[in-house]
Ligand binder design. Sequence first.
Ligand code: KG4
Ligand code: ZN
Length: 337
Amino acid sequence: MRVLGIESSCDECSAAVVVDGERVLSNVVATQIPFHAVYEGVVPEIASRMHTEWISSVVKRALAEASLRPGDVDAVAATARPGLSGSLLVGLSFGKAFAWARGLPFIAVDHMLAHLYAPQLETKVTYPFLGLLVSGGHSIICRVDGFDDLTVLGTTIDDAVGEAFDKVSKHYGFGYPGGAYIDELAKKGDPLAFRFPLPNLHKGEHRYDVSYSGLKTAVVNQLEQFRAKGAEATRENIAASFQKTAVDILLRSLFRAVEDTGLTTIVAGGGVAANSYLRARLAERKDLRCLFPPLSLCGDNGAMIAGVGYRFLERGDRSGLDATVSARVPAFKRRYP
Ligand code: KG4
Ligand code: ZN
């Protein structure tokens, strides 16, 4: 089954064709980053307008690169949540219209399930495993028993990890979006130059939770102290020390989950899964099998939507043409979605 996947939840306008949830024929990602960079953050109005202008040509290119005509597509999947409502509406509406016009099955999918599915476009994974979903909007540690069967063990109690990267980067003017800039700067810095405290979250229901607002505040508010230390307070050292602590926070909760569940396979997904330091730290654990998506599939992309969409379609699930968008996931704590 050739599934056309459409993703427009934030600032990437993307379409892809994937066969049987496994073989990526094309994956076109048109990024809006340069258009939002001057504002140092995604401007929702600009994002939805650009999706409207681009979506048609992005889908055409995805079909052309897969050497397919519109009539060769067997089903359509599009992101319905979470994300920016206006942006989501563009891709979802386009996907529904494409499916309706050709009488194809249509499925509306959850963006976070798709991030978690991304590594499976390259590697076979057996369930259960521990999922590490880390992006600009989410930080989730979960037990995964099937492609849509997630039990959330821990999540952030305030900011998402990617959000912390972005805010620190914005404060110091490292670049937008912050994650990749901090990752690069940190390679030349000393991660032990500044020691930031870890949040105090070890008990009871917070055992696997994470928190980033304290770290962000510490990194931002200690600027003067860094400066007073003179030469040490380089951009590289600030980036490396922040990144080390951000990753320590994630790994502390993740490794607790490994110990408690006995699960030794970890699958990571989301934009922060591109982080080279996080990858290196997990690679040190020879007792664990850690799967990351290839860098091209870490950020938002249509291939992961087509991939996970296929799993729903294969099971016989279909969405009606009344499917609509939702900015957030429905209130969840221990169950996702
Ligand atoms: O999954 P994604 O593309 O969009 C959302 O669904 O949020 O993730 C974007 C986030 C941003 O916060 C960005 O700064 C972060 O992923 N990111 C990184 C890296 N590349 C992107 N964070 C840390 N290290 C990176 N190399
Ligand atoms: Zn994403």
